[in-house]
Write a protein that binds this ligand. Structure first.
Ligand code: HEC
Length: 103
C-alpha cells in the first residue's frame, strides 16, 4: 500500500504540467486544503468530500453552484465562505488540477 502511494505521488509529481501547477498553488493558497486536505485526499471532517480524481467538469460546476448558492445544503455554508477568493478561471484551473490527481 505504501509503495502504491509513493508511486502515485511520484507519478502525479512527474506528470504535472505547468497549468496544473497553478491549480495546485491555488488549492493551497485559497485555503481549500484546510478542509479538503493536501491534494484533496484527506478531508478535515468525515462528512467533507474527497476531491482527488473527481471529474473536472463536475467539480467545476459544483464549485460554481456552491459559490452562486444554487447548491445549498446543510454543509455548503462552510465552503461558500471562501468562494469569493476564486474567480471562474481559477475554479477551472483547480478543477483540472483535482481531476488529474490519483484518488
Ligand atoms: C471551510 C471548509 C471548506 C473550505 C475552506 C473549502 N471547502 Fe470545498 N467543500 C466543503 C464542504 C463541507 C463541501 C460539501 C458541501 C455540500 O455538502 O454541499 C465542499 C464541497 C466541495 C466540492 C464539491 C465536491 C463534490 O463531490 O460535490 C468541491 C469541488 C470543493 N468543495 C472544492 C473546494 C475548493 C477548490 C476550495 C478552495 C477554493 C474549497 N473547496 C474550500 C468544505 C470546504
Amino acid at each position: 500500500m505504501k509503495k502504491v502511494m509513493a508511486f502515485a505521488a511520484l507519478a502525479a509529481f512527474v506528470a504535472t504540467p505547468v497549468f496544473a501547477n497553478d491549480g495546485a498553488k491555488l488549492f493551497n493558497e485559497k485555503t481549500c486544503n484546510a478542509c479538503h486536505g493536501p491534494e484533496g485526499k484527506k478531508p478535515l471532517m468525515p462528512n467533507y468530500p474527497r476531491l482527488a480524481g473527481q471529474n473536472a467538469a463536475y467539480a467545476e460546476q459544483q464549485m460554481k453552484d456552491i459559490k452562486s448558492g444554487a447548491r445549498n445544503n446543510g454543509q455548503t455554508a462552510a465552503m461558500k465562505g471562501v468562494m469569493h477568493l476564486v474567480n471562474d478561471a481559477e475554479i477551472k484551473a483547480i478543477a483540472d488540477y483535482l481531476s488529474k490527481l490519483k484518488p
